[in-house]
Design a protein around this ligand. Structure first.
Ligand code: ABU
Length: 394
């Protein structure tokens, strides 16, 4: 828009409430994978986090017997919030000491009940983990259409940052996927009601048939179900991403020259690909041995000479209390470049495996933040990694 036509349309230099300038010199948004040299990242915060009432989509993820399943909703204790922030701030400092720029989301207060014309829920969730909400695809950052009702407004925590990225990098595009309704019509409510009483074998049977509480009424996906490998994008179909979501990703990004593939794993609770199948460097994948790929899905990797190694067992038999994730957060790491990886400090066997694979391992104390939304990969979202969009699967 020409300023000659709109002389009064210039941007205010800084935000009225915080004084933070809109434009940051030299800021760059671009990332095509999870392993090229990391230059700029968002790290989540634990402030104000709540445990929301279970909703139709989250019900399927909450472990059986967990107090989070029925009624036990409310603000997490201040002590646990402070301890989680201590971990997250320590992680941010480790990255900054390596000259990686770290941004933090805004702290939204989730105390109020969330009500839309289609649903009502006790509270929001939090702003940890950013990886679920934000998908950096090349020079664009997309806010995902998540399926948990408590996460419907989570994008609000990133609006200011996105605006700043948009104004600072003339090539950056910020985007929002279609907003879902998340009404009762979006879910198989009979599945939701039955879920609590199903055995592991029955939930596995349903998962192998690719039947989940989410229907195809809304376009749904979490950004953490999307694995970026240059020109190829792999999307996990599961609890948080439905086929309509995958179709939307395919139509959007294939028109930009990417190739989109669907991946499925033998997993009772397929949610987020980043504790299941993780790229470590060009040519090397880490696979969760308890979640094998569906038949035929290794082929694209093997045909292109990618090695798939199985992750070692996690250090812990159980996740920490009030945690949504599994013990396999052991393999949820943040790769800083082709030779350097951040691993949770208590996961000694996982650190040894990376050492043997030729990585320098940076231990990060994060377990006390797991309950707030996951591990090191979950707790971050890429803004800029050096490198270009490679074709790894020609
Ligand atoms: N957000 C990653 C969680 C995956 C898992 O619970 O294994």
């Amino acid at each position: 828009i020409s300023n000659d036509l709109y002389p009064n349309a210039s941007l205010p230099l800084e935000r009225k409430d915080s004084g933070v300038p809109y434009v940051r010199q030299g800021l760059h948004v671009e990332s095509y994978n999870d392993f090229d040299p990391l230059r700029h990242v968002i790290v989540g915060i634990a402030d104000n986090q709540h445990i929301p009432e279970a909703c139709p989509a989250s019900n399927e993820k909450i472990p059986a017997g967990s107090p989070m399943r029925g009624g036990k909703a409310g603000r997490r204790t201040q002590e646990s919030i402070e301890r989680a922030n201590e971990c997250l701030n320590g992680f941010a400092k480790i990255l900054e000491d390596r000259n990686i720029i770290v941004d933090r989301p805004g702290a939204v207060d989730w105390h109020e009940r969330i009500t839309t014309p289609d649903f009502s829920i006790s509270s929001g969730f939090g702003v940890m983990p950013p990886r679920d909400c934000l998908l950096t695809m090349g020079k664009s950052m997309l806010m995902a259409p998540m399926s948990f009702r408590s996460r419907y407004f989570e994008y609000l925590a990133y609006v200011d940052l996105m605006r700043e990225y948009f104004e600072s990098d003339p090539n950056c595009m910020i985007e929002q996927a279609p907003r879902p309704r998340l009404s009762d019509d979006s879910f198989r409510m009979d599945y939701v009601a039955a879920y609590e009483y199903l055995s592991d074998a029955e939930t596995m049977e349903r998962s192998l048939r690719k039947e989940y509480s989410t229907k195809e009424t809304d376009i749904l996906f979490d950004a953490a179900d999307v694995m970026r490998l240059g020109k190829d994008i792999f999307v996990q179909h599961g609890l948080t991403t439905n086929l309509a979501g995958i179709r939307w990703i395919k139509r959007k990004y294939e028109s930009q020259g990417y190739r989109v593939h669907t991946l499925s794993f033998e997993d009772n609770h397929p949610i987020h690909i980043d504790a299941t199948f993780c790229p470590l460097r060009p040519g090397l994948m880490l696979l969760n041995p308890n979640r094998p790929l569906f038949k035929g899905q290794r082929e694209i990797f093997e045909k292109n000479d990618w090695e798939i190694v199985e992750a070692v067992s996690p250090a812990w038999d159980n996740p920490p209390p009030l945690c949504y994730s599994s013990t396999w957060l052991s393999m949820n790491t943040l790769i800083l470049d082709h030779k350097t990886v951040c691993v949770e400090a208590s996961e000694t066997a996982q650190m040894e495996q990376f050492d043997k694979l030729g990585f320098d391992v940076v231990p990060v104390d994060l377990r006390d933040a797991y309950a707030f939304g996951g591990g090191l990969h979950c707790a971050t979202a890429d803004v800029w990694r050096e490198g270009t969009c490679e074709d790894y699967f020609p």
